[in-house]
Design a binder for this molecule. Structure first.
Ligand code: SAM
Ligand code: SF4
Ligand code: F3S
Length: 473
């Protein structure tokens, strides 16, 4: 197993695999052509697919879920680990077969793999017709025209200022309650294992007004939760307005002020950058979720240094202590990597003991996958045998399972304000929603509706779900 997620959550920065978007309007004849889009990777990539859909729809293309109906197939790809890329390649070869059966159909590769493997895609005959990097989506309509002439259409230029601020994403796969809002792009950190700075380019912040307006629009349309997205949200800094710069804490406050009924989440926080200002802002507003995704990657200072994370184990622990001091009830989640270059059993034990200290509510755990071109690939040998990586990962997963179950059990007997997201898949007489801590709660439907808040008393739990009954607030 490469990774584990215990709660079903779409609001974190975990990577997701191959979800096709349900269209905004199915089979609408007003469109000259139809596109099908399948997305992989992190929440930012899924948010990008909504930008792509908006650009395409404004240029006369309608979304479809029916791949047979599609004139254009897009795969928005992820390069974070080798396995993610292998999955996409397999999918592209399946699409090649479809193309043979339907001449004229175009296949485009978007996102991080397009950026990382541009030359390879250009050289490979007939696998894809379009290769478009994450900063080049505005040029898609022109590229489609070019590809229609039989040439391979390519644009993988990275930009220093593209944020797609003026584009209203089309909420394709939406439950009408939760939405992702990108607040920045790229990453200026150079974690030695990570491919993102190479596939997404330099960090840039989106203008605050456009973010506030997007969130206001979402609220007016009935959405009740926004997740502000960036690879490192704490370094958000809007300098577009000459008279006033806006920090992440200020942005968070402005989004929270839109309406007390709008829940606000954010991801991802880098331990080195999260500030007391952000913590005080969370404390000040009930509608900012008491929950922080604070990836640590390893519990060993030696590993953290090789990873270029720029903090030590002690520094991270002090940060967690500070969070718990200011926000005693704050939920905490993390990302962990096992088997990074030269990792010893002692280093691994330090990761386990850090997990024991933090008792994360949720953890995304991966074994190290060397990415060509990264600092680690250039400087260090990927020297931990796969079976050792996997065994260490399993030990982490087993430990986290205990913490996750304890975290759920702690909630039994308590009451929570739950934002209703829809009808339970298993029982149509039940609804599901989430707590402030992002835990899924199932409860009887009664007269409640999607998008409403309900107070639920928790009666029981599994490792992934809380079960309860509505009660008086
Ligand atoms: N920007 C976020 C951060 O700094 O934590 C998340 C970046 S990445 C999209 C999500 C997670 O993938 C990382 O936190 C890390 O745990 C994992 N990851 C990144 N590169 C990896 C690699 N080469 N092998 C295994 N896991 C990796
Ligand atoms: Fe990758 Fe590090 Fe940037 Fe996160 S902060 S995207 S792990 S380089
Ligand atoms: Fe995200 Fe994967 Fe790219 S995690 S930024 S889609 S490499």
């Amino acid at each position: 197993m490469e990774s584990l997620q215990l709660h079903d959550t779409k609001t974190h920065d975990e990577t997701r695999q191959g979800e096709a978007f349900a269209p905004f309007k199915l089979d609408d004849n007003q469109y000259k052509k139809h596109f099908y889009i399948e997305s992989y990777g992190c929440a930012m990539n899924f948010a990008d697919s909504e930008v792509v859909a908006s650009i395409l729809q404004n240029n006369g293309f309608g979304a479809t879920l029916n791949i047979e109906q599609a004139d254009l197939i897009f795969v928005n790809t992820c390069s974070i680990r080798e396995k993610a890329e292998l999955t996409v390649r397999k999918r592209l070869t399946e699409f090649r077969k479809l193309k043979k059966a339907k001449p004229g159909m175009l296949v485009g590769v978007l996102g991080c793999m397009a950026e990382r493997l541009k030359e390879k895609f250009i050289q490979e005959e007939k696998l894809v017709d379009l290769v478009v990097g994450p900063d080049a989506y505005r040029t898609l309509p022109g590229l489609i025209e070019e590809a229609e002439t039989g040439q391979k259409a390519v644009n993988v230029l990275l930009s220093r200022d593209e944020t797609y601020a003026d584009i209203s994403p089309i909420r394709l796969n939406s439950n009408g309650v939760n939405a992702f809002v990108s607040i920045m792009r790229g990453c200026n950190n150079m974690c030695s294992f990570c491919v993102v700075p190479f596939t997404r380019g330099r960090e840039r912040s989106r203008d605050a007004e456009s973010i506030i307006n997007e969130c206001k629009d979402l609220f007016e349309q009935g959405y009740r939760e926004v997740t502000l997205l960036g690879q490192n949200v704490d370094s958000y800094q809007d300098t577009n307005n000459e008279n006033k710069t806006t920090s992440f804490a200020e942005l968070l406050e402005r989004v929270a002020q839109i309406d007390p009924l709008l829940r606000v989440r954010f991801s991802t926080s880098h331990p080195k950058d999260i500030t007391d200002d952000v913590l005080f802002t969370i404390k000040k507003y009930d509608n900012i979720c008491n929950y922080i995704h604070l990836p640590v990657q390893s519990g060993s200072t030696r590993m953290l240094q090789l990873m270029n994370r720029t903090y030590t184990r002690e520094w991270y622990i002090a940060k967690v202590d500070r969070i718990k001091e200011l926000l005693p009830d704050c939920g905490l989640s993390t990302d962990m990597i096992t088997g990074f270059c030269t990792e010893t059993e002692e280093d691994h034990q330090e990761s386990l003991s850090l997990m024991e200290y933090c008792k994360y509510d949720l953890a995304y755990m991966y074994f190290y996958s060397e990415r060509p071109g990264t600092l680690a690939a250039r400087r260090f040998k990927d020297d931990i045998p796969e079976e050792v990586k996997k065994r260490r990962l399993q030990e982490m997963i087993d430990l986290h399972r205990i913490h996750s179950l304890q975290s759920m059990q702690k909630d039994v007997g308590k009451t929570f304000k739950v934002l209703i997201e829809g009808t339970s898949k298993k029982n149509e007489n039940e609804l599901y929603g989430r707590t402030d801590h992002n835990k899924v709660v199932i409860f009887p439907k009664e007269d409640f509706k999607k998008g409403e808040y309900v107070t639920v008393k928790i009666n029981s739990c599994t490792a992934g779900t809380l079960f309860g009954t509505p009660s008086a607030p």
